[in-house]
Design a binder for this molecule. Sequence first.
Ligand code: SF4
Length: 224
Amino acid sequence: MAKKKVPKPTKKEKAQMIELLLALYPDAAPELTFNSDYELLVAVILSAQCTDVRVNEVTNILFKRAGTPEAMTSLSLETLEDIIRPCGLFHTKAKNILTMSQTLTRNYDGKVPETMEQLMELPGVGRKTANVVVSNAFGVPAIAVDTHVFRVSARLGLASGQNVDKTEQELMKVMPREHWTKLHHCLILHGRRVCKARKPACETCGLNGLCPHGKQLLSEAIAL
Ligand code: SF4
């Protein structure tokens, strides 16, 4: 028998999902450790294709030696590569962190700029990194679309899942602006803990009565 297709969520269901996400993860916040805007920027660059736990282990060592752009530029490329090696992609990340730090020292008096445009001109800083920095360092509402946000929002039907830029635009339309930053962290936590890439825990997921995937699963279980 052909599978019955579960329709996309309605506007009301999307609003309910957003409420539920906020209720399920009331303490959602960045899991990276940092003590300044600059440390946050470096930690986010290091987090590409690496876990936050690993990044925190590395930055715990790195920031004792170089927690400012000036101190970072005093490190040699080889030394920085050695310290950040456990984060992976260490050649590129070290080069970007050094040139980014030189740019901050030269053009911004050692401070992290506050606008998306200025941030995205820095070496190694793309839209996702800039969104994380403006939202967590400067309190500007933003939705950074990482792998978890992209996957979970597509499964929930909050976004079409075509590409990260479209997902960001779609989420900004469906989510209240004052909750953008918080919901970004909620989606990440939900992706890490429940809606995992390989094996989403739909049976126990708190959103399974609203999510098209969860509904599909429930309707198949009832049909058995
Ligand atoms: S029901 Fe399944 S697919 Fe939907 S959000 Fe929950 S875990 Fe993810």
